[in-house]
Design a protein around this ligand. Structure first.
Ligand code: HEM
Ligand SMILES: *[C@@H]1O[C@H](CO)[C@@H](O)[C@H](O)[C@H]1NC(C)=O
Ligand SMILES: *[C@@H]1O[C@H](CO)[C@@H](O)[C@H](O)[C@H]1NC(C)=O
Ligand SMILES: *[C@@H]1O[C@H](CO)[C@@H](O)[C@H](O)[C@H]1NC(C)=O
Length: 327
């Protein structure tokens, strides 16, 4: 090849690789359409089957995808089991015992390994399963760009650092999401996931008794509701399995009930109620509470963006054979 054309080729190649480095979305909708045509259908069948048996798998899988993406990116690291030499993310107290739905991912993976061995990543299975969980609870329908690969590291110690705490105020939450390149508005939008599912009493007990050195409950919590929560979560109870619904009006429906709860001073966490203390976030809470269609559109877009955090693509990472174990 003449020198001249090889230089042209290289310059072109460099320009193209710069371009692709700039575009955020290296993932692709329909990524498995040729390599494993039934991938999304199989995940959907397993989510549906699991949901019939236990409605809790839907909120569980939405939260699991969030916890996967915020720690080391959406690389399926949340799915890895601890070993004798490593305590994995799922065994941080933040996730154990509250995180649920792992068996749905296992069931889908088992079928996919039979159908298309070594093709579909655990990280993608989780992203599809979270979407299917949103849809099965009547939330927005959206396409999931795929092509994530699985990580090989999962450390419990990173969970507390990277997953926002329910005691956080709006500035801390904004920072936590900014660390993942998500805006404050996306933070408010994604928090709307707290319209489904449940919380363990242990996650709200600090707001119910001796709040901040006072004798009673958090004064920003509606006092009648605080009384009900105190009955469901008795002080000093040793029962760590006690739970309360997130949005008691419709705990299984992905709607704007979460924002209506906040406006009624009936949200469970400081991290929810604090959204009224900042004029921008408060205005978004008000808008979302009033417009289901607006919030659904924003939520779908924000889930897609969250699903792209620090993904492994191309030849990085691996396609795990068993989602609980690195290859
Ligand atoms: C904004 C910061 C957030 C904080 C501080 C937070 C905190 C929490 C806490 C403490 C629980 C209760 C866990 C338990 O005790 O069982 C919970 C549950 C849940 N979270 Fe969040 N979360 C946040 C954002 C998100 C996001 C972005 C999503 C998803 C997009 C999400 C989805 C869920 C779901 C669906 C549940 C219910 C889980 C179940 O029923 O098993 N959360 N969250
Ligand atoms: C956030 O964006 C910056 C600049 O574009 C990039 O360097 C960084 O890797 C991104 N972080 C995440 C978690 O996506
Ligand atoms: C806790 O109490 C202190 C002093 O009484 C007060 O300055 C602070 O704002 C309170 N914090 C919350 C979260 O209410
Ligand atoms: C919510 O609490 C605030 C004070 O924290 C109060 O001004 C407001 O009226 C309460 N809203 C409702 C609906 O109870």
């Amino acid at each position: 090849m003449p020198l001249h054309s090889s230089i042209v080729f290289r310059v072109l190649f460099l320009a193209l690789s710069c371009l692709s480095a700039q575009t955020e979305a290296q993932l692709k909708v329909g990524f498995y359409s040729e390599s494993c045509e039934s991938a999304e259908r199989i995940v959907n069948e397993e989510v549906t089957k699991g949901f019939m048996k236990d409605k809790g798998v839907a909120p569980g899988l939405v939260r699991m995808h969030f916890h996967d993406c915020f720690v080391r990116g959406c690389d399926g690291s949340i799915l890895i089991d601890s070993t004798s030499t490593n305590t994995a993310e799922k065994d941080s107290f933040v996730n154990n015992p509250s995180l649920r739905g792992f068996e749905i991912i296992d069931n889908a993976k088992t079928r996919l390994e039979t159908e298309c061995k070594g093709v579909v990543s655990c990280a993608d299975i989780l992203a599809f399963a979270a979407r299917d969980s949103v849809v099965i609870t009547r939330g927005p329908v959206y396409d999931v760009p795929a092509g994530r690969r699985d990580g090989r590291v999962s450390l419990a110690s990173e969970v507390l650092r990277d997953i926002p705490a329910p005691s956080m105020n709006v500035d801390q939450l904004t920072q936590s999401f900014a660390n993942r390149n998500l805006t404050q508005e996306e933070m408010v939008t994604l928090s709307g996931a707290h319209t489904i599912g449940q919380s363990h009493c242990t996650s709200i007990i600090n707001r119910l008794y001796n709040f901040n050195g006072t004798n009673g409950a958090d004064p920003t919590l509606d006092s009648k509701y605080a009384g009900q929560l105190q009955q469901q979560c008795p002080q000093g109870s040793k029962d760590s399995s006690l739970v309360v619904p997130m949005n008691p009006g419709s705990p299984l429906v992905t709607d704007v009930g979460y924002y209506q709860d906040i406006l009624a001073n009936r949200s469970l966490f400081t991290s929810d109620q604090t959204l009224l203390t900042n004029s921008n976030t408060a205005s978004e809470v008000n808008q979302n509470a009033m417009s289901q269609s607006l919030w659904m559109r924003k939520f779908a877009a924000a889930m897609v963006k969250m699903g792209q955090i620090d993904v492994l693509i191309g030849m990085s990472g691996e396609i795990r054979t068993n989602c609980r174990v690195i290859n």
